[in-house]
Design a protein around this ligand. Structure first.
Ligand SMILES: Cc1ncc(COP(=O)(O)O)c(C=O)c1O
Length: 445
């Protein structure tokens, strides 16, 4: 297959005829619950480039929702997959042993942001990783209740969904959800519910846990865990001040509550460090990862301090979890992350963030630009004073980017997220910024 050299490169009106035909077939047979913002039908990918079925080339700053960490079909990842596929595809790490799963457990024990020995549970997705963490926390502490945050997205299976508090469409119609789940305000400093400024904030929003939840609703000695995204992803790419996670660690330690860091979106190098909690320096008790962990192969992992993950055989398992092909893809991914991609996420991310901030001078529609590494959110507002959410404008900007060959996604009600593959170069970042600039201009008109 020829290398893709020009990115982006549009050849047909969008969607092209082949894409249109596939979308029509999809409408008849695929669940209507999926959220497609624009009509991209992928044929192949290479690094940060995506080619659609009509031969149009796009610059991918979505990475299939923050997944393809090493870029589309990185040759080393593909080679690892092919070699493993020739040996065997499956044997279930639940009932048998194979070395790839052990090696991945060793790697995760080495990189997970906690001291001491660690063990990992292997599933297939982010929501499964969080289900495992939730069950483990309950089992270990023998406590029933859990706390999460408003704006959080932890997945869509019933346990994780009970902790998710992002969009109401995700919960509506599915009740009753898990009993004993409570939510507290997240440190969304651009919209601080208490009116504080980030400079002089001491994470007062967390007082809600001790002054309200623990006084009126749930006794702290009956709380198993607090689950938190160190950077809120689906909620709008919200970066809390360090003090928020520091105080959360203090509160959880004080009451013997486990702290679960959901790094499904922020982990595996995306934030410019292997795990986003490393920016703060706190240690969770359990960390969950998925998305970028295997560059696109399905894998979700909950890694816990070994002392916590000591539940007896049969308490939790998964037929497909820790599939050997996914495990070797993950091992290749971790090697590439260590060998430079985490660093690249930090440097190119800083470049992209500065470029997006510079666009604020030109575009009043941008209310806030924030992020760490290649996890960047651009919040659109109708008025910088009132911060009225520019929801329809955000959707329009995402579509205008697509029309110009740039793939981005929305996050939260009115933010655009940049979550490109971690192989993004500064040159490609500049192209992305140029297209964003044009898209914002088109929507303003
Ligand atoms: C922070 C976080 N946790 C969990 C999930 C759920 O992952 P999955 O869709 O793989 O179940 C997501 C997905 O967007 C996420 O961003």
């Amino acid at each position: 297959m020829p290398m893709i050299t020009t990115i982006p490169d549009l050849k047909t009106a969008l969607p092209g005829p082949k894409a249109r035909a596939i979308i029509e077939r999809d409408a008849k047979v695929v669940s209507t619950s999926y959220t497609r913002d624009y009509p991209l039908v992928m044929a192949r990918g290479e690094g940060c480039a995506v080619e659609d079925v009509d031969g149009n080339i796009f610059l991918d700053c979505s990475a299939g929702i923050a997944v393809t960490a090493t870029g589309h079909s990185h040759p080393e990842v593909v080679q690892a997959i092919v070699e493993q596929a020739h040996k065997f595809l499956h044997m279930s790490g639940t009932d048998f042993y194979y070395e790839a799963q052990v090696r991945l457990g060793e790697e995760l024990a080495a990189i997970a942001p906690m001291q001491g020995s660690k063990r990992s549970f292997f599933g297939n997705s982010g929501t499964e990783a969080n289900e495992a963490a939730l069950k483990l926390a309950k089992y270990y502490t023998k406590r029933d209740n859990v706390i999460a945050f408003f704006g959080a997205f932890h997945g869509r299976t019933m346990g994780s969904l009970s902790l998710t508090a992002s969009k109401i469409t995700q919960r509506k119609g599915f009740g009753p959800l898990l009993q004993g789940t409570y939510h507290a305000p997240y440190a969304d400093c651009y919209r601080c519910p208490l009116g504080y400024r980030p400079e002089n904030c001491a994470a007062e929003c967390l007082n809600f846990i001790e002054d309200q939840l623990f006084v009126h609703l749930v006794s702290p000695d009956e709380v198993a865990a607090v689950m938190v995204e160190p950077i809120q992803g689906e909620g709008g790419y919200i970066v809390p001040p360090n003090v928020f996670l520091e105080r959360l660690r203090e509160i959880t330690t004080k009451y013997g509550i486990l702290l679960i860091a959901d790094e499904v979106q922020s982990g595996m190098g995306r934030s410019g460090k292997m795990f986003a909690v490393e920016h703060v320096g706190i240690e969770p008790d359990i960390v969950t990862v998925a998305k970028g962990i295997a560059s696109g192969m399905p894998l979700g992992v909950a890694t816990a301090r070994a002392e916590i993950m000591s539940w007896p055989p049969g308490t939790h398992a998964s037929t497909f979890g820790g599939n050997p092909v996914s495990c070797v893809a993950s091992l290749a991914t971790i090697r590439l992350l260590r060998d430079g991609l985490v660093k690249n996420a930090a440097t190119v991310g800083a470049h992209l963030l500065a470029g997006a901030k510079a666009l604020m001078d030109k575009h009043q529609l941008i209310g806030d630009v924030r992020g760490r590494g290649l996890m960047i959110g651009i919040e659109l507002v109708r008025d910088r004073q009132t911060k009225e959410r520019a929801t329809t404008e955000r959707d329009a900007v995402v579509r205008e980017c697509f029309k110009r060959g740039l793939l981005v996604l929305g996050a939260g009600r009115n933010a655009i997220r940049f979550s490109p593959p971690l192989v993004l170069t500064k040159q490609l970042a500049d192209i992305a910024l140029e297209i964003l600039d044009q898209a914002l201009t088109a929507v303003r008109r």
